[in-house]
Design a protein around this ligand. Structure first.
Ligand code: MN
Length: 181
């Protein structure tokens, strides 16, 4: 795995995001979701794979309703350490805006990540603070995937937009903006 693209896009003298270093695999595979208000409001969904975080930008964010199929655009791999990042990316820098650590935890892959990623259908079980249970990512065209909640005890738990506080700081987006200004 390589974080070359990640590092190329960023100026670490300006952004406080972590530098891209590939780590060794965790015992329990990690995942995180960041709410990111930049040029566009979106959620970044990230699953650990081979010491990096495979990352998708989800414009509408995940949904607990299995009928919602949320567009998830594959972006560059991020370092594992990104699962701790919350704060402000300066204006004019790549991804400039406010980042909330919206959820984090670990996940179980139901199949084989490498093969399923290639085929374009990844099934996994999330153990986060907000996101739980079975989910699927399905590739339908180039870098465009769909993030879908599978039917289980956690389906239709409610509107995730109401869960508007950080799992790291318990702050809202506005409070994070103020804190890091
Ligand atoms: Mn983003």
């Amino acid at each position: 795995m390589s974080l070359e693209k990640y590092n190329e896009k960023r100026n670490f003298n300006k952004t406080k995001e972590p530098k891209g270093i590939v780590e060794s695999k965790s015992k329990r595979l990690k995942f995180c979701v960041q709410h990111h208000i930049a040029t566009r409001d979106h959620y970044d969904f990230r699953l650990e794979y081979k010491g990096v975080l495979k990352s998708w930008a989800v414009p509408k964010g995940p949904s607990y309703n299995p009928k919602d199929k949320r567009l998830a655009v594959l972006v560059e791999d991020h370092p594992l350490n990104y699962r701790n990042f919350e704060g402000i990316i300066p204006k004019g820098e790549y991804g400039g805006g406010t980042v909330m650590l919206w959820d984090r935890g670990y996940y179980e892959i139901l199949g084989n990540f490498k093969e399923d990623f290639k085929k374009g259908a990844i099934k996994f079980k999330l153990h986060g603070k907000k996101l739980k249970g079975l989910w699927t990512l399905v590739n339908f065209k180039e870098d465009n995937w769909l993030l879908i909640k599978e039917y289980d005890d956690y389906a239709n738990l409610g509107d995730i937009k109401k869960l508007n506080k950080s799992v790291k700081s318990n702050l809202t987006m506005k409070e994070i903006e103020k804190k890091y200004k």
